[in-house]
Design a protein around this ligand. Structure first.
Ligand code: SF4
Length: 321
């Protein structure tokens, strides 16, 4: 990311058990060393345990999701008369004001409270899985804050999903600190300009739509235009960038920003780009060469693009995709 725009560490909410807190039903935790020791070098965390937050003790009876006539409920796995659905929703509602100040949320997978995607739902007899859906708390948060980057800890072991999530977190932080807080047309224009290449990689069709919002905004429509822009921008970034899109963007940056290449440099570049397209070298390889050319020629447009450095290179996230 453009260093001038990275002036705050992202703040990310996280299921408290993933931070090593002994809050699980069995008194244990699910500490993630990667989140703590790697991601934690570059972002801060806000740990939340909704089940402890609503007053359930540690240890406690495990919960499960059950399909009832009035909808899906979070109930005790041994005693289904213990129904904490409404208390979990209430707790989530009370967290929303605080969560407008975070840049992402890492949830614990499979939990009937915190699971973000495919938590098992049982029938009322509790012996058959009839569906899957987000946990009660996580589902409420996602519906209330649809632009917040979210991911489950288990899915972060996939390098593509990890890189995508961290990119969204840093972009959300850029938006929150540089656009939302200033609420000016120039801040919106500048944000759009520096994210063009990233948008081309993730969702090329979104770029003209976002460009239209920026071009047509006026002071009296800025607030709602910013809201529309943020929704479209964050959903565009949630799409995984395909290898062929990355290759297009890299070629585009060379075409627009590298004024001269010797025949040998051109052959080297085309060979690396071909290898990247074939999947034999990771993204960091052509990117490093591109940065080398750009550094030598000091070209403005490309060097201002978030795409070249959407997150700290120390994380090495582009070494594996
Ligand atoms: S998954 Fe959520 S509710 Fe369960 S222990 Fe972890 S933080 Fe608490």
């Amino acid at each position: 990311m453009n260093e001038n725009c990275r002036n705050h560490r992202p703040l990310v909410a996280i299921s408290a058990c993933l931070r090593g807190e002994n809050v699980r039903f069995d008194g244990g935790h699910k500490n993630s060393l990667y989140i703590r020791e790697q991601l934690g070098r570059f972002m801060d965390f806000k740990a939340i345990c909704p089940e402890v937050g609503i007053g359930l003790g540690v240890p406690r009876q495990a919960l499960r999701l059950v399909a009832t006539d009035s909808g899906v409920a979070a109930v005790g796995s041994r005693d289904s008369k213990i129904d904490v659905t409404n208390r979990l929703r209430q707790f989530a509602e009370e967290r929303i004001p605080d969560l407008t100040q975070v840049d992402g949320y890492i949830f614990m997978q499979k939990s009937p409270s915190c699971g973000a995607f495919r938590v098992k739902v049982y029938n009322e007899e509790g012996n058959q899985i009839v569906a899957s859906r987000p946990g009660i708390y996580a589902g409420y948060i996602q519906a209330a804050l649809p632009t917040l980057p979210i991911e489950e800890a288990g899915r972060l072991s996939d390098p593509v999903l990890l890189e995508n999530f961290v990119t969204r977190v840093f972009c959300h932080n850029d938006w929150r600190t540089n656009v939302q807080n200033s609420s000016s047309i120039s801040a919106l224009m500048s944000f759009h300009a520096r994210h063009k290449s990233l948008l081309k990689a993730c969702s090329p069709s979104s770029l003209p739509l976002l460009g239209n919002i920026v071009a047509n905004t006026r002071q009296n429509t800025l607030h709602e235009d910013m809201q529309r822009y943020k929704e479209l921008f964050m959903s565009a970034l949630a799409k995984k960038a395909e290898r062929k899109n990355h290759a297009h963007v890299l070629q585009d940056l060379v075409r627009t920003s590298v004024s001269s290449m010797s025949d040998a440099q051109l052959r080297e570049w085309e060979s690396l780009l071909y290898q990247y397209r074939q999947g034999t070298v990771p993204l960091i390889v052509p990117l490093t060469l591109l940065n080398h050319y750009l550094l030598a020629q000091n070209r403005g447009y490309a060097t201002g693009q978030t795409y070249l450095k959407p997150h700290p290179h120390e994380l090495g996230l582009r070494n594996q995709i």
